[in-house]
Design a protein around this ligand. Structure first.
Ligand code: ATP
Ligand code: MG
Length: 403
């Protein structure tokens, strides 16, 4: 039957970016996401990537296309996508094959319209004529239908392009954004909570490749808490692509904090030490920014003065994509990306284990620095960086690979 997927990225996404590098990165990301499900060939032309399944039978091609669509809908940089029938640029071929191809879509609809895009101006029929002619044929073949140009149940599109004509009935919205990798790399502070996975999703959408780090404090935090964070990494890979993950041992730092520093500063000092370690790992891994899931005012460590005290130790920009969002909005995204159910599993995070009874809501940097100076954390910071365990998560590879 020769069915393919048309992937459109739209001119908007190209603003300010080098076109060919944008296309190359998008194509590479698409290949990576589809290579585990089977063989496809790829061509690009006119702001479109054409994905053709490589299989012997129509059934096998159909299966490949069905498996590819949901994956492609999670690839950033794609504005819209559609399964489409490939036809010769010949009106008789188009109409003969479009009628049966559109059967399922049109039987499920009451109203429809036809749209034509004719980028090959040498094609003998103009767009209005294509719409009128094909509309007439479809009305004849599917007499239950009527035309509605404003709000049709189905829009049938005929595209006359350079080498072929394409017919499709359902154009679906893509994930939007920019291809992962076009904006550089960033280090995500990944807790087991609801917010930080959402922050990862949002920044990957702007083209950042994500590396994550998690601070664990065994035995105060359990092995299951760590597994939960690894599960979150796995859930993020369909959006973020493959992801490096560091698990940083944080127990000794927290114990010395508790032993030596005033309780009201525990949280803020912990966050500063996390930030320092995250920046060091980020520099080593060629990341240009830190990402956190903080939202202004959500908890004591997320007031403006507290954020200022944390940022004072950062050596690179700290991106906080959730800063102006309500919890409800964040939860909506967490559900959409399917991290919510994992995030709400009740395992202790290192922050909750060491939460002070009365945290300072408006810490002053001087006082915070003084509290931190009670103990020399530098050797423990070095040790934590040295002992951080690295893993790579790849999409749908059930055994994550230890390196
Ligand atoms: P989240 O839902 O992401 O856990 P939260 O509302 O619980 O956020 P905090 O616990 O104050 O808020 O954490 C704020 C941010 O600090 C998190 O979004 C995350 O980026 C980072 N963070 C907190 N705990 C850890 C941890 N154990 N390891 C790595 N990053 C952490
Ligand atoms: Mg948390």
């Amino acid at each position: 039957m020769r069915e393919i997927i048309l992937v459109k990225y739209g001119e908007m996404a190209l603003k300010g970016l080098n076109r060919s590098s944008f296309e190359d990165v998008l194509l590479r990301n698409i290949r990576y996401r589809l290579k585990q499900i089977g063989k496809f060939s790829y061509t690009k032309a006119q702001s479109t990537i054409y994905i053709t399944p490589e299989a012997e039978t129509d059934e096998a091609c159909d299966e490949l296309l069905s498996a590819a669509m949901p994956r492609l809908k999670k690839v950033f940089g794609i504005a819209a996508l559609a399964r489409a029938l490939t036809c010769e640029k010949d009106w008789a071929d188009i109409t003969k094959r479009a009628v049966p191809y559109l059967e399922d879509a049109l039987n499920a609809a009451k109203t429809f319209k036809v749209e034509a895009k004719r980028s090959d101006k040498a094609f003998p029929m103009k767009s209005p004529e294509i719409c009128r002619e094909l509309g007439g044929i479809l009305l004849e073949q599917y007499p239950h239908l009527s035309v509605n140009v404003n709000e049709p149940d189905v829009t049938v599109t005929v595209e006359i392009r350079d080498t072929n004509a394409y017919v499709h009935a359902a154009r679906e919205k893509g994930a939007g954004g920019l291809p992962v990798g076009t904006a550089g790399n960033a280090m995500l502070l990944l807790s087991g909570g609801i917010d930080s996975p959402v922050a990862a999703y949002m920044m990957a959408k702007r083209g950042l490749r994500i590396t994550a780090c998690h601070f664990a404090s065994p035995p105060y935090t359990s092995e299951r808490a760590r597994m939960k964070v690894e599960q979150l990494c796995e859930k993020l890979t369909p959006w973020c692509g493959s992801m490096a993950f560091y698990c940083v041992p944080f127990t000794e730092i927290q114990e010395e904090l508790q032993r030596n520093c005033p309780e009201e500063f525990f949280t803020i000092l912990m966050r500063r030490l996390m930030m320092e370690i995250a920046c060091r790992l980020a520099e080593r891994d060629d990341c240009g920014a830190i990402i956190t899931g903080e939202s202004l005012g959500q908890v004591a460590s997320q007031t403006m003065p507290a954020i200022a005290c944390t940022d004072a130790v950062a050596t690179m920009p700290v991106l906080r994509p959730l800063i102006g969002m309500d919890k409800v909005e964040i939860v909506d995204i967490a559900r959409k990306i399917d991290t919510f159910d994992i995030s709400i599993q009740p395992y202790e995070d290192c922050c909750t284990v060491f939460t002070p009874r009365h945290p300072k809501l408006r810490p002053h940097l001087d006082a915070v620095e003084e509290a931190q100076a009670e103990y020399d954390f530098a050797p423990l910071v070095e040790q934590a960086i040295q002992n951080a365990e690295k893993k790579i998560f790849a999409q749908h590879v059930s055994e994550s690979q230890n390196i």
